[in-house]
Design a binder for this molecule. Structure first.
Ligand SMILES: [Zn+2]
Length: 195
């Protein structure tokens, strides 16, 4: 029985358990990561054996390579005069073995790095940890906009923008609204001057 650990709570589960008691859901990449090494080694063995076999030495002068049967039996299948080639058959067999070994090791190494790359993937960050991070304060929704009074505005518009004036001076056709740092002159009910 194979096991794997929950990365969240460190509980150990049998390999077929998909969801941990803590709620963590295993993805496929969490399955026993040594699979990648084994798989890589197997592929490497097949590919390496193939290359070793294809690259086996040829019969001198003739240029032909020995058939698979002669190679795998290390020359045991050779008959008659062909038995002179036993040495070559053994050499070819060594190529096959060497290719298998190198392929297997290379495949396992590739699998190892593939596993490391998979494990290096950043885990998804739970949403609540984002909210909890480093004293983030949302900014004030409405920063105070500069209040503007324009020539031609009505008294109502000015009061709506600036609030009630400190003083109102009625000067016949003119009216003055006095604010702490502002004096607004109305003529015929419209802003005609701002000081
Ligand atoms: Zn867990």
């Amino acid at each position: 029985m194979r096991f794997r650990r929950c990365p969240k709570c460190d509980r150990q589960h049998e390999i077929y358990v998909v969801i941990c008691d803590c709620g963590y859901q295993f993805s496929d990449t969490d399955k026993d990561p040594s699979d990648k090494i084994v798989f890589g080694a197997l592929v490497g063995v097949v590919v390496g054996a193939m290359f070793g076999y294809l690259l086996r030495p040829a019969i001198p002068l003739i240029g032909q390579q020995l058939p698979f049967e002669a190679v795998i039996t290390r020359g045991g299948s050779l008959k008659g005069l062909d038995q002179l080639l036993v040495g070559l058959a053994q050499q070819s067999f060594n190529y096959l073995v060497l290719g298998t070994l190198i392929g297997g090791i290379a495949g396992a190494v590739v699998g190892y790095f593939a596993r490391a790359a998979t494990n290096a993937k950043p885990a998804p960050v739970p949403a609540n940890s984002i909210q909890a991070s480093a004293g983030y304060q949302p900014q004030a929704v409405s920063p105070s906009l500069p209040v503007t009074v324009q020539l031609g505005d009505s008294r109502e518009a000015v009061v709506a923008a600036l609030g009630a004036p400190q003083k109102v001076m009625d000067l016949g056709p003119k009216t003055l609204y006095v604010y702490p740092d502002l004096k607004i002159t109305f003529v015929d009910g419209k802003v005609s001057d701002v000081q």
